[in-house]
Design a protein around this ligand. Sequence first.
Ligand code: ACO
Length: 333
Amino acid sequence: MEFLQKIWQMAQQDKKRIVLPEGEEERTLLACETIVKNGLAELVLVGNIGKIKSKAKEIGANIEGIAIEDPENSERTSLFAQEFYELRKSKGMTMEKAEKIVRDPLYYGTMLVKLGYVDGMVSGAVHTTGDLLRPGLQIVKTAPGVSVVSSFFIMVVPDCKYGEEGMLVFSDCAVNPNPNAEQLASIAIATAETAKNLCGIDPKVAMLSFSTMGSADHELVEKVRKATEIAKERRPDLLIDGEMQLDAAIVKKVADQKAPGSKVAGNANVLIFPDLQAGNIGYKLVQRFAKAEAIGPICQGFARPINDLSRGCSAEDIVNVVAVTAVQAQKNI
Ligand code: ACO
């Protein structure tokens, strides 16, 4: 069964509440009907009630029965301002500024997540990745034991024998520009958990570099080597190995030559990139040259799930990201 079909089924089994703070946006409104009709999630829209209703009418989107919260008129706004002020006062936040900031739909939506009114948030059809992540990082923060929020792509490569019959999980391709060794280890562990819990695969995690098992010496390689050591030490139950080159990670013949004895080399289905330049370029190379489906970026490591959309997304993309977010909420990932 296709990955997204499975995700839909899982979402339907235990319906979660997801907030869409870009409530006045067309594709978001169009997605609502499919989400509700298919029982993927209960929704909360944020925005001006009049504007949302007239936009929905104009484009023929059925949003009947969906809760709408307007930060300008909500009785929760002052509570959110107080909570946000408490959270950020050590960073110089004032009550006056907090009252203004929580009226921003992204901050208001993030406060709904933080205080448990909803289980997760999806946004980014109009806002940038940074616009969405910043309130998430400031308010919801990381899950216990996780040092960084990161992101992953599920890559589904047609006619491919690498990974799980062409399915691989790539990380981090969208959030951390230059993680240090400790952060890279945390990303590797989080991605292994994601591969297991969301994709149902037995993770074999390769820590990628331009060197395989000491073939080159450089500070960039040293970072990956150290990250591998930290990850292995922290989670001896997981199959994580490195540092290794991409071919050693996925091609058995190369692995036999360059990394004999490694249980990961030649079998990797989770690829951890050393920094964001490598990760972002890497997933796009596979997407374009191999015509792979790239599902993501999906965030991992938040205390409650928050996900970003591409500004070029379709209503269908929004439906799928909401379903993934609902499943992450079910499984605490
Ligand atoms: N995990 C956990 N916390 C974090 C992380 C992280 N990855 N990054 C920042 N933080 C925390 C900081 O510690 C800080 O906390 P504090 O204010 O409580 O002290 C807070 O979040 C804000 O941190 P800043 O460094 O001020 O935030 P910044 O403005 O740098 O934004 C962001 C962070 C948005 C993640 C930034 O690193 C970024 O823009 N990343 C790249 C996003 C991007 O452009 N991706 C590529 C496009 S997506 C694509 O192509 C699919």
